[in-house]
Design a protein around this ligand. Structure first.
Ligand code: AHR
Length: 502
């Protein structure tokens, strides 16, 4: 019943490593404490950036990092975050708790973080409360090599050479916290702001427009029509359109969410996993609209905010969005990444929210301690797909059903890398039932197989600062080879990564 059929000879499109991208906002303890501790901290750091976090993130080969927001981006004035730190003005972070932002982590520190991580920067500019000139000057400051007011200012601040900057977002959620705009109005603003975000020297910006929230297909229609097609001289004016979709039980009027990250029953388990799977329909339907205006797929769908969103942990600041992370989050991560892999022809980047201490984080910190979440471990297992060639999979799955929900228990995606190794990631969403899965592999005579599994005995299993390795990957032995057939025995609620070789 549970069968996967694939043929490596049908491998065609590249799974961009940027699908495995991340997002770090000036929100709660993500930047401050989670990443930036300052040079004088007793926590080991390199130029103020904590070393344990960088070391852990390097292992999952972070390909791209989006910053400074989020809602924060449309209130951020980048000039406040350059120059001697003690002289930088403070501001109020109105979106995220009204706390004081001291601007100690600014452009130079962000670029340093990206260099330490070995990833590409993705900067989101301010459309909501910023000017065209301010955005234009930020790009000049970062990327211009010649003599100009902004390049000279950068040099005065200690950086002689420009940085390379490819990914640039023109506003964030401009339908909401980024300005409450209508699609028609934002589309015109986008065209104007994007024009003045210039290419200097051989630096080529990849301009990303604010895209829809969830199933707002009108937004996609208008943006693609007005700026995403080549019917305009010099068009399309964008390289990417950014979709946002969060998985949650229920959104409350103040923007917060219901439901605990760790206290839930099986109804709460299946509800969140089923809602996570909605990403498939969103990607498909937004892509269909994009196909209409951009049949050559010049414009990418960029899912630059996604992940689970629950009520905050008891006793923590309601606007700091600090939540724990269980096996349920691991399943959402695995099934969502499978969806992106399958749609890699249109989806070129995705950025999970957020990197440290906020929402579906990779890492949680407490003082000098850190822990890696089950979601981190899924990202680790899935590194094998970075820039590999996607192999389409046909999946026959039994249903997993409870209450109003009925979902396929099995999810999977596959890719083949340059050495000819076939990697298949699979997950079993059923928390009560193990699942034998038969894989029919064509095009590769499989003689060797290795696997790793992320599993637990409880749906609510998670890592704590006392028990940081309660949920972590283990070698997976339940694999049998017989000619073109590979059989695996998936434990309940598990994520498995297989490497198959000739
Ligand atoms: O990731 C948290 C917030 O969610 C972001 O700031 C915003 O863009 C979205 O609504």
């Amino acid at each position: 019943m549970n069968e996967i059929t694939l043929d490596t000879r049908l491998a065609k499109h590249t799974i961009s490593r940027h699908i495995y991208g991340h997002f770090a906002e000036h929100l709660g303890r993500c930047i401050y404490e989670g990443i930036w501790v300052g040079e004088d901290s007793s926590i080991p750091n390199v130029r103020g950036i904590r070393s344990d976090v960088v070391e852990a993130l390097r292992k999952i080969r972070v390909p791209v990092l989006r910053w400074p927001g989020g809602c924060f981006a449309d209130e951020y004035h980048w000039m406040d975050g350059i120059g001697p730190r003690e002289q930088r003005p403070t501001m109020i972070n109105t979106h995220w708790g009204g706390v004081v932002e001291n601007n100690h982590f600014g452009t130079h520190e962000f670029m340093d973080l990206c260099e330490q991580l070995g990833c590409e920067p993705y900067i989101c500019g301010n459309v909501g409360s910023g000017t065209v000139q301010e955005m234009s000057q930020w790009v000049e400051y970062i990327t211009f090599d010649g003599i100009s007011p902004m390049a000279n200012l950068r040099r005065a601040n200690g950086r002689e050479k420009p940085w390379r900057l490819k990914y640039f977002g023109v506003g964030n959620e401009n339908w909401g916290c980024g300005g409450h705009m209508r699609a028609e109005y934002y589309a015109d603003l986008y065209r104007r702001y994007a024009l003045y975000a210039r290419n200097y020297g051989d630096n080529r910006l990849y301009r990303i427009a604010c895209g829809p929230r969830n199933d707002d297909y009108h937004w996609t229609e208008v943006l693609m029509e007005q700026a995403g097609s080549d019917r305009w001289p010099g068009g399309p004016y964008m390289d990417g359109l950014a979709l946002h979709y969060y998985t949650s039980v229920r959104r409350l009027p103040d923007g917060s969410r219901e439901g605990s990250a760790t206290q839930f029953d099986e109804a709460g388990w299946i509800e969140i996993i089923a809602k996570g799977l909605t990403m498939e329909e969103l990607v498909r339907r937004h892509s269909t609209i994009m196909d209409k205006y951009d049949p050559q797929k010049k414009v990418a769908l960029i899912v630059d905010e996604w992940g689970t969103w629950y009520a905050v942990e008891p006793g923590t600041h309601p606007r700091f969005l600090y939540q724990q992370n269980t096996m349920r989050d691991a399943l959402v991560a695995a099934t969502t990444l499978d969806i992106f892999n399958r749609h890699c022809e249109r989806v070129h980047m995705a950025n999970i929210a957020q990197m440290v201490n906020v929402l579906q984080a990779m890492i949680l910190t407490q003082g000098e301690k850190i822990l890696l979440t089950p979601t981190y471990h899924v990202f680790a297992l899935y590194t094998v797909h970075h820039d590999a060639t996607h192999v389409p999979v046909d999946i026959q799955s039994e249903r997993y059903e409870l209450g109003d929900y009925s979902i396929p228990a099995l999810s999977a995606s596959a890719s083949v890398n340059q050495e000819g190794v076939l990697h298949i990631t699979l997950s079993n969403a059923n928390p009560r039932k193990a699942m034998p899965v038969t894989l029919y592999v064509r095009g590769l005579p499989v003689r060797q197989a290795q696997g790793q599994v992320l599993r637990s005995d409880a749906m609510q299993a998670h890592n704590t600062f006392e028990q940081p390795n309660a949920v972590s990957p283990q070698p997976f032995q339940e694999i049998q080879l017989a000619g073109e057939t590979v059989t695996v025995h998936m434990p309940p609620m598990s994520v498995v990564a297989l490497a198959l070789r000739e």
